[in-house]
Design a protein around this ligand. Structure first.
Ligand code: ADP
Ligand code: MG
Length: 352
């Protein structure tokens, strides 16, 4: 319970503010003819809120979404001992495990980003995540010896995918896939897909910082999404963004962390050092069409760092990004010019 509480609070801290979508809708931004109906769930250790702006939405839809999310968690969770991923990890160094098309597809996408980023995004990070155990009571800075034992087990090249059999094999005993950097985004996409299939085309889906702004507002205008000041608790806005049918996903240092001897250790690791990425960034937000891509890319950008990360995002088709540094500078990709507005004077826009 305590763990859940810690995670829940930390997820809230960096979650984006969806403007005009608070419990009481703001007349200025939302068509008063359509009152949104929303449902919250607690899944993937995260508060999930689905807010639908369509009078046709029913409790049956929300119940089916609950089922769908549980189904996804039942495949992709690392900790549920009945999940497909658990089975893959349990068989590390023993044998390949045949998985569902869905699990295979998510792991395949994670591996695509591992290759594109030369391993900075690393779905084989599991043993390192367990070693640090951030977000849990016994989180600690590992000893040199612990790190030396763990590092050989996080090579993404030791993950073998078999396309024909749809099987996954981890070549060394002790390896483990962790989809923490992509799974929530994938779930957000699946919620969006379910809503669209049910002709519910206007909604805000929020999975603890992974936002999917589906379609347009009921009055046909664009959604305004506020980006939170990554260093201040909930409510302080840093800037805002106008979007339609886009996802916005943020990775940041204040989402999950612990403090030891005055030093702040967060949950996004640089696989080349085994330590939390420490490169002057406080957050990276990605804006694109699919949340699974945005999720993986926000983690990737965070580990790559400002210069390399921005250059990487500029090469991705249809991807925009906002990088924020510890010294309160905000960098955006050129495609966001005219859509992004900085609203907080403590920060300033900057160029590389
Ligand atoms: P959050 O899930 O808190 O929104 P991220 O999307 O950035 O934040 O994902 C961080 C999670 O991804 C970590 O908790 C861990 O499970 C996993 N992770 C940590 N470092 C990496 C990495 N270098 N590559 C891929 N996944 C990572
Ligand atoms: Mg991510």
């Amino acid at each position: 319970m305590l763990i859940r509480k810690i995670l829940f609070t930390s997820c809230m801290i960096l979650s984006l503010i969806v403007m005009g979508c608070e419990t009481k809708p703001n007349e200025e931004t939302v068509n008063t003819q359509i009152q949104p109906k929303s449902q919250s769930y607690f899944i993937y250790d995260t508060l999930v809120t689905v807010r639908v702006y369509d009078n046709q939405v029913t409790s049956q839809h929300f119940a089916e979404l609950d089922e769908r999310m549980k189904e996804i968690e039942g495949k992709l969770s690392r900790t549920l001992n009945t999940s497909e991923l658990y089975k893959v990890n349990e068989n590390a160094g023993i044998s390949p495990v045949v998985v569902s098309d869905e699990t295979y597809k998510v792991v395949e996408k994670a591996m695509k980003y591992a290759e594109a980023s030369n391993g900075k995004f690393n779905p084989a990070i599991g043993p390192l995540v367990s070693l640090w155990n951030i977000g849990h009571e016994n989180a600690h800075v590992p000893t040199e010896n612990e790190l030396a034992k763990t590092m050989p087990l996080i090579n993404y090249r030791d993950v073998e995918l078999n396309d024909e059999q749809k099987s996954i094999y981890l070549k060394k005993a002790g390896m483990a896939i962790d989809l923490g950097g992509i799974g929530k985004g994938y779930a957000a996409d699946q919620i969006a897909e379910y809503l669209v299939a049910n002709e519910l085309n206007s909604a805000i889906i929020d999975l603890g910082g992974n936002i999917f702004a589906l379609g347009k507002k009921p009055d046909g205008s664009q959604w305004t999404i506020g980006i939170q000041d990554p260093e201040v608790s909930r409510g302080n806005q840093l800037g805002k963004l106008k979007v339609e049918n886009k996802t916005i996903v943020t990775s940041g240092v204040y989402e999950r962390y612990f403090v030891e001897e005055g030093k702040h250790y967060h949950h996004i690791f640089d696989p080349s050092t085994g330590f939390p990425a420490d490169n002057g960034l406080v957050s990276v937000s990605i804006i694109t069409d699919l949340s699974a891509d945005a999720d993986a890319l926000s983690t990737t950008g965070f580990v790559l760092g400002l210069k390399e990360g921005l250059a990487f995002m500029e090469k991705q088709p249809n991807v925009e990004a906002i990088f924020i540094t510890k010294d309160k500078k905000v960098y955006i990709t050129p495609g966001l010019e005219g859509k992004w507005e900085l609203t907080n004077d403590l920060y300033e826009m900057a160029d590389i």
